[in-house]
Design a protein around this ligand. Structure first.
Ligand SMILES: [Zn+2]
Length: 196
């Protein structure tokens, strides 16, 4: 399971799950403002519904991660055949949305629900299992200040931060990111992708 950046040192990887969604354009604009490249763990059915946004993510230099077709939970309890279809069909849907040559480097299980079976399926499809090291629980909408302080307290060099661009109202995530990007820069962090 991958839980650190590719380069190590004073780097950080930002990851955004459950999109593309209505907040994705705002997040892309903020990342562009700071020239930050991030990783988007997309839900297959969301990618299929908004292929233009998948293409925009790729065109901006970000990378893609498979996050299943329907985001079933608990993911680790799925029967083998269902886990295969959720992982492989989502990969196909995201590639279809992104266009020819789209690379999907990682799979992240919904809710982090990895087990030996779905990690094996992931490896068989040529992807790495992607975890995280920093979880501000932004999906639960604890308030932007709580998201900011959780990241600031949990982050260590080489960390992978889990945030969300889909799955409901993401205004707190966007507000937190507006503070976290300049903070990360001021702390001397450079931005990287997860290890692959
Ligand atoms: Zn998710």
């Amino acid at each position: 399971m991958i839980g650190s950046t590719a380069s190590g040192g004073r780097t950080v990887a930002l990851t955004f799950d459950d999109g593309p969604g209505p907040a994705t354009p705002q997040i892309l604009d903020l990342l562009a403002q700071y020239n930050v490249k991030a990783t988007f763990c997309e839900i297959g059915q969301n990618a299929a519904a908004n292929p233009a946004m998948v293409k925009r993510v790729l065109a901006a230099g970000h990378r893609l991660c498979d996050h299943s077709v329907h985001h079933p939970q608990p993911f680790a309890k799925l029967p083998h055949d269902k886990a295969v279809s959720e992982i492989s069909n989502a990969k196909d849907m995201i590639v279809q949305a992104g266009g020819p040559g789209t690379q999907i480097t990682w799979f992240r299980a919904p809710g982090g629900g990895f087990n030996a079976d779905n990690e094996h399926i992931t490896a068989g499809l040529g992807m790495k299992s992607l975890g995280w090291s920093v979880d501000p629980r932004d999906w639960s909408r604890p308030g932007a200040p709580a998201i900011v302080s959780a990241v600031q307290s949990q982050l260590k060099p080489g960390g992978v931060i889990l945030m969300h661009d889909g799955g409901g109202d993401r205004s707190q995530t966007v507000a937190a990111l507006k503070q976290l990007l300049p903070w990360l820069v001021a702390q001397g962090y450079t931005f990287d992708f997860p290890a692959a």
